[in-house]
Design a protein around this ligand. Structure first.
Ligand code: GLA
Length: 475
């Protein structure tokens, strides 16, 4: 983007943001779980202000040298701080899978974050929060519709809060992932209640099916009407419906039963809402928009098995296209990373067997809080291992999405889980990823050599060969 375009874009964006914040009572209240994101946004605003701030006009008595100095300072402030000579990550994986990121509207106020996004993550954008049910479901609009028509099964939606990101994607022709339609979290409880009142009774399952259908229908219709030119290529239809023990969540709402409870389970009695959601999404999603089930701890055995069985059933019914692996990972000190690269690789193997697409939807990998740069190399090794495994599965993986750009804006920012530092420079993890392809081809050459050698030396003792082979697969 040219500097002029960036400036006019920022101006338009600031106007949009201030209009959005004035629209107070028509907007859903941000849930507690987005506090981290909200705090991040504050940081982002400060940074953006610093990045865009103008130096004050020189005073009349000022000496010419001082004016020149100030002009220089002003110029420096407007210069991009990103490393422009780096290899682009999305170009590096071009032809293998899309590389993208999640952004919030405040990220767009930072020219440097925007520039990093364009350079490295230009294949795909996800809204960090603004396309979740809490942001899209419009209670005021829903109540008016109910009052006017007497129909309490047709929840209304708007995309006011996602507008800056949607406008950006539209202007820059960036394909988008829709995140997310049906989730226990960041979804207003009134949506499930009689009269859309917080203290109303829970509605019946039949009524909720109708509300769900109309919500999904309105969601896609409004979005595609507003942005007919954006390529919505993927949608997380259902997010985080299964517990680690392979069971549905406990019934209830956040206010009474805590953030882990699910109002969907409360109304449906079980996880049967998942199939309804996929069926409606298939019916109303725009053409080309693939449908995903998305979850965290997706590499843990029992949960993985449950997701697998659910996905097989949905696949048989023709309503699912893929699995979204959130991939919120922990490097820790490097020797005790969780999951291990091997475990993550096994999950990729397992989901590949489904014959569905895989997208890594929210990748980040934390190091211990307060450890400064001590574990940057361990983090680099880990990212390299995880992304090598993804690369090895590239036939089945169509997107690799990071959950943010710079550490200081991450929801886990104390643990520095991303590829770029606060000052917009690349961390060792970034460089380690650029070694993957060379090493992958080295490995396949070595494998080919080994195959030839073992054919030549078929007489060797089998035990020796097996021991060496199993040693190589250890982490
Ligand atoms: C989950 C959700 C994301 C986001 C992260 C935390 O992974 O799917 O939308 O809320 O948690 O930021």
């Amino acid at each position: 983007m040219s500097k002029k375009r960036t400036a006019s874009f920022l101006l338009a964006l600031m106007c949009t943001l201030s209009l959005a914040s004035c629209a107070g009572d028509t907007q859903p209240t941000a849930p507690a779980s987005v506090t981290a994101a909200a705090e991040t946004s504050e940081t982002a605003e400060v940074t953006a202000a610093e990045e865009t701030s103008e130096t004050t006009a020189p005073e009349e008595t000022e000496q010419p040298e001082e004016t020149t100095k100030k002009k220089k300072e002003k110029k420096n402030k407007h210069e991009l701080k990103i490393e422009t000579d780096l290899q682009s990550l999305s170009e590096y994986f071009d032809g293998d899978f899309k590389v993208g990121t999640a952004l919030t509207p405040n990220d767009l106020l930072s020219r440097n974050v925007v520039a990093l996004t364009e350079k490295h993550f230009g294949d795909s954008l996800t809204c960090g929060n603004e396309m979740k049910p809490d942001y899209v479901l419009d209670r005021a609009g829903t109540l008016s519709y109910f009052a006017e028509t007497g129909d309490d099964e047709n929840p209304q939606v708007n995309f006011n809060q996602a507008k800056p990101i949607l406008d950006y994607a539209n202007e820059h022709k960036v394909p988008m992932r829709i995140h997310t339609l049906v989730w226990h979290s960041q979804t207003p409880t009134w949506f499930f209640k009689e009269g859309y009142e917080m203290d109303g009774e829970w509605v019946s399952k039949e009524k909720m099916i109708k509300r769900m259908e109309n919500y999904i229908k309105n969601y896609f219709a409004t979005l595609t009407e507003l942005y007919p030119d954006i390529e919505f290529y993927a949608c997380d239809v259902v997010n985080e419906a299964w517990m680690e023990n392979g069971q549905p969540r406990k019934p209830g709402c956040r206010e009474e039963n805590g953030g882990e409870a699910s109002p969907w389970v409360q109304v449906f009695g079980d996880n049967s809402f998942i199939e309804y959601a996929f069926t409606f999404a298939r019916q109303y999603a725009p053409e080309g928009c693939k449908l995903y089930y998305n979850d965290y701890n997706e590499y843990m055995d029992v949960k993985m098995g449950t997701i697998y069985v659910m996905a097989e059933e949905l696949k048989e019914k023709g309503v699912i296209d893929g699995i979204g692996m959130q991939a919120h990972l922990d490097v820790r000190s490097g020797t005790d990373s969780f999951p291990s690269v091997m475990m993550f690789n096994r999950a990729l193997d397992t989901y590949s067997e489904l014959g569905l697409d895989i997208q890594v939807t929210e990748l980040d990998a934390t190091i211990p809080a307060g450890s400064e740069e001590k574990f940057f190399d361990a983090q680099a090794e880990y990212f390299k291992g995880i992304i090598s495994a993804i690369y090895e599965h590239r036939e089945n993986v169509s997107a690799l999405i990071f959950w943010g750009v710079t550490d200081d804006r991450s929801w886990r920012r104390d643990q520095q889980p991303l590829l770029f530092k606060k000052d917009f420079t690349a961390k060792p993890a970034f460089y380690s990823i650029l070694e993957i392809k060379d090493e992958a081809s080295d490995t396949s050459e070595t494998e080919a050599d080994t195959a030839e050698t073992s054919e030549d030396s078929a007489e060797e003792t089998p035990e020796e060969t097996t021991e060496e082979a199993s040693g190589e697969t250890e982490e």
